[in-house]
Write a protein that binds this ligand. Structure first.
Ligand SMILES: Cc1cc2nc3c(=O)[nH]c(=O)nc-3n(C[C@H](O)[C@H](O)[C@H](O)COP(=O)(O)OP(=O)(O)OC[C@H]3O[C@@H](n4cnc5c(N)ncnc54)[C@H](O)[C@@H]3O)c2cc1C
Length: 367
């Protein structure tokens, strides 16, 4: 796929911002459990807070390829931040663009595109995850508007969000056609943050349980028509998936680079899978590969200890030995090492383990 000049420019600009402004602070934000407010203003100045919104509302009016490229670069700097931006752009802004009235767009989009108001998307409930039609939050008619009661679960930016797209049942008998969507400022009376989840990662992006207690919303806050909620949810989850996929690529790429460089990952972020080893383990089910009767000493074992190749890499029982004979069928460039003879490791994992090396630099042979 060939990128246009505009797409390349967007990618390069966001990559530079991510490298200089996001990545160096990611660990601190993770520790703080929040992002500084001014960061969103900076992101808005780059056009990232309303990427697909029309310029008339302060958006960038970029295409979805540019959006995906930008999210990849942000995710490479900090996965949590990319989650906030992803949910904010699509589904939150995407819902308003697709189903909002002109008045709703004029009221909410300028602030959202300027990064003053972060968008949230409140669909999931304790008993309604993959099956969005199972939601129980009720929206009952009251005068010229609705009163919402219920709870939501796992809502990104539930605490920092300024506006939320809330899904509720307006007609119990109508099943999927009885769901409606509302655009709700989070300072509406009755909008409560019940709990902020403690997560293992992406802690700076808040994931919240919300509670709506007699939350009154006007008819002008209904997105589309009454009963359109399920359609709106599914259509915008589709666009949301573009962002989630782009984030995953960005984060995976960043992690892979960290593995290759080895020493650029602050120790707090290292997990056993990204230790500065010159290889990545590939775990094979026992018996799926015949253990070879040789063991080859990998090139990096001969290298001097450095930050990228620290001295101790092996449990003593697994220390590689010199090959007893040459390895038939293997090129000079590639060499495979099998340490599956190690009964200690086999006993402890029930697996055969092998690793693969190049002479120049490590390559990935696993996930
Ligand atoms: C970090 C984070 C942020 C989130 N942010 C938001 C947000 O902003 N807004 C929001 O509304 N939600 C959000 N969610 C919730 C997310 O959308 C749900 O977790 C997701 O929809 C899955 O629902 P669930 O967790 O209840 O899993 P379940 O629906 O219970 O699914 C569990 C497993 O069962 C499988 N499964 C489900 N149904 C079937 C089936 N019929 N056949 C076969 N397999 C099935 C699923 O694939 C999954 O592997 C967030 C979740 C996380 C973790």
């Amino acid at each position: 796929m060939r990128l246009t000049e505009t797409q390349q420019a967007i990618r390069d600009t966001v990559a530079a911002f991510s490298r200089d402004r996001i990545a160096p602070n990611a660990i601190q934000w993770e520790a703080d459990g929040r992002y500084p407010v001014e960061l969103f203003t900076e992101l808005a100045q780059l056009g990232l807070m309303g990427m697909t919104a029309p310029e008339a509302f302060g958006g960038t009016e970029a295409d979805y390829v540019s959006y995906a490229l930008a999210l990849m670069e942000i995710a490479a700097g900090d996965g949590g931040l990319s989650t906030v931006i992803s949910v904010h752009n699509a589904p939150a802004i995407a819902c308003l663009l697709q189903s909002g009235s002109q008045a709703q767009k004029e009221r909410f989009l300028p602030d959202m595109c300027a990064g003053r108001s972060i968008g949230a998307f409140a669909l999931t409930e304790t008993d309604a995850g993959s099956d969005a039609s199972a939601i129980r939050t009720r929206a009952e008619r009251s005068g010229s508007g609705y009163v919402l009661n219920g709870t939501k679960q796992f809502i990104t930016s539930g605490r920092i969000g300024g506006v939320a797209i809330v899904f509720a049942v307006t007609n119990v008998e109508a099943g999927k056609r009885g769901l409606s969507a509302f655009v709700v400022p989070t300072d509406t009376a009755g909008f409560e943050v019940d709990k902020v989840e403690h997560k293992l990662g992406q802690r700076a992006s808040d994931t919240c349980a919300l509670r709506f207690v007699d939350m009154a919303v006007g008819e002008d806050q209904l997105l589309g028509r009454e009963g359109d909620g399920y359609k709106i949810a599914l259509a915008n989850l589709e666009t949301g998936r573009i962002g989630i996929a782009a984030q995953s690529v960005g984060m995976a790429r960043s992690k892979r680079r960290s593995c290759m460089r080895g020493n650029d990952v602050p120790s707090a972020r290292r997990s056993s899978s990204i230790r500065p080893s010159a290889f990545v383990w590939r775990i094979l089910p026992r018996g799926s590969r015949r253990p070879k009767p040789w063991c080859w000493r990998p090139p990096h074992a001969r290298m001097r200890a450095s930050a990228a190749f620290p001295k101790r890499r092996w449990p003593s029982s697994l220390h590689p030995r010199r090959p007893r004979r040459s390895v038939p069928g293997h090129s000079r460039r590639w060499a495979a090492m099998d340490i599956s003879r190690s009964s200690a490791l086999r006993k402890s994992t029930g697996m055969c383990v092998c690793a693969r090396f190049t002479r120049e630099r490590p390559i990935f042979c696993g996930w």
